[in-house]
Design a protein around this ligand. Structure first.
Ligand code: 6PG
Length: 469
């Protein structure tokens, strides 16, 4: 059997994507470094299907129809380099290699150049949606050689989630555009998760609510404008009882969040590029603080604070928290999109942000109903600098900013950290302030380093001997 497409890397994501493509009518050659994984698929879920198991790369390559189309689903980093090093020499001019792992976009640029030198086509492909998405339809964010995309467009768009405004897959741009967008997707993912976790903490410690009761609130919120995958899974998690203890399982989970690095990259790159992404950064730092479990336990014995009770009307607190969650989540999307806009201009990606919003509408982890008005706002005004300047977000800001302020203030008063919410509030407040105190910072820089400053009342560059006054 000649295969239409090949998948290298038979961990769960690779297996599921191979099965998904097969389900769309394609014959899929599969290969894994260790034989057992390939056998597991071929003799298990792939039995009787158009799955062609192969046990070395030359056999894998010969199983493919030409031009060959190979999707690598191996671990990002050295694992991907090792596969490509073996794979590239086996391929011929015009063949296409796609990397569907969470590669750093700089690695994608390097690999693209390597592929170019061999006359191969290469796509860095962001894939989001976890195991379930890979099998039933993920969001797919390809970038790189456009001609390469054209040879695989049909396979990818059929494999992707079929969203409300078309398949959740689109060619995003040249170079590392696809992996850059996926990196920022993950930054937004971190920020939304952190914001939901902060709401949970305020409900739990500030309002003494039990998980089942919180689940009701999150489910209600998930019926409205904020509906989305992360809220949906949160209410499911909160309802889950541990079969061994009958306790809500979430309360038995260690409070230390790990990270594979894409949220950190997103923040590092935002800093490198001077893009304002404080809520995404706050979420990364919150995970870092969560990892200091031992230090935190020790400090909790020494450093006192207020009792973590909000002591206010519960319904009112919850209503305000909903407004706070709404504004913070919109701010997280805004910060990610802002970073993409800036990166697109600097790196020549030519991104259409409304198309990015469309691709995120289904299949991916940050899919939510909010992406409808976000996409609309970006389609109507592609150069919109700040989501809150457009409908419906400008009116939501007016309606909810007091709620965000009081949620942050009461959490702080009760000693409950809300870094995502407070960073979003500070960012929006900073952005809407015509005159910030940076004049004083400029004066300080000029004082100690003769860095000069500009004036508001006349043109030119000035330096003052501030000491002489
Ligand atoms: C996705 C996810 C996925 C990511 C996990 C874990 O879009 O499907 O972003 O790609 O690997 O969410 O990420 P962390 O380990 O960094 O939390």
């Amino acid at each position: 059997m000649t295969a239409d497409v090949g998948v290298v890397g038979m961990a769960v994501m690779g297996q599921n994507l191979a099965l998904n493509m097969e389900n769309k009518g394609y014959t899929v050659a599969v290969y894994n470094r260790t034989r057992e994984r390939t056998e597991e698929l071929a003799e298990g879920r792939g039995r009787g299907l158009r799955i062609v198991p192969t046990y070395d790369l030359p056999a894998f390559v010969s199983a493919l129809s030409r031009p060959r189309r190979v999707l690598s689903m191996v671990k990002a980093g050295p694992g991907t380099d090792a596969v490509l090093e073996e794979l590239f020499p086996l391929l011929e001019e015009g063949d296409l290699v796609m990397d569907g792992g969470n590669a750093h976009f700089a690695d994608t640029e390097r690999r693209l150049a390597q592929a170019d030198r061999r006359g191969l086509r290469y796509l860095g492909v962001g894939v989001s949606g976890g195991e379930y998405g890979a099998l039933h339809g993920p969001a797919i964010m390809p970038g790189g050689h456009r001609e390469g995309y054209e040879t695989v467009e049909e396979v990818l768009t059929e494999t992707a989630a079929q969203g409300p405004e078309g398949p959740c897959c689109a060619y995003l741009g040249p170079g590392s555009a696809g992996h850059y967008v996926k990196m920022v997707h993950n930054g937004i993912e971190y920020a939304i998760m952190q914001t939901i976790a902060e709401s949970y903490d305020v409900m739990k410690r500030g309002l003494s609510m039990a998980p089942a009761e919180m689940a009701e609130v999150f489910s209600r919120w998930n019926q409205g404008e904020l509906a989305g995958y992360l809220l949906e899974i949160t209410q499911k998690i909160l309802r889950y009882s541990d079969p061994h203890t009958d306790e809500p399982l979430v309360e038995l989970v260690l409070d230390t969040a790990q990270q594979k690095g894409t949220g950190k990259w997103s923040t590092q790159v935002a800093l490198d590029e001077g893009a304002g992404a404080p809520t995404i950064a706050a979420a990364v730092f919150a995970r870092i603080v969560s990892a200091l479990k031992g230090e935190r336990m020790a400090a909790s014995e020494v450093l006192g604070g207020p009792a973590p009770e909000l002591g206010a009307d519960k319904n009112q607190v919850l209503e305000e928290m909903h407004g706070a969650l709404y504004l913070t989540v919109v701010s997280a999307y805004d910060q990610g999109l802002r970073q993409l806009r800036q990166a697109s201009a600097e790196r020549g990606y030519g991104l259409s942000l409304s198309e990015v919003a469309r691709v995120w509408m289904d299949g991916c982890i940050i899919r939510s109903r909010l992406l409808f008005p976000i996409r609309k706002a970006l389609s109507e005004k592609p150069d919109l600098p700040f989501l809150f300047l457009a409908a419906p977000f400008s009116s939501r800001w007016r309606e909810h900013h007091c709620a965000l302020r009081s949620t942050v203030a009461s959490a702080h008063q009760a000693g409950i950290p809300v870094p995502a919410m407070s960073s979003a509030l500070d960012f929006i407040d900073g952005y809407r302030t015509g005159r910030l105190p940076a004049n004083l910072i400029q004066a300080q820089r000029d004082f100690f380093g003769a860095h000069t400053y500009q004036r508001v009342d006349k043109d030119g560059t000035f330096h003052t001997q501030w000491d002489e006054l």
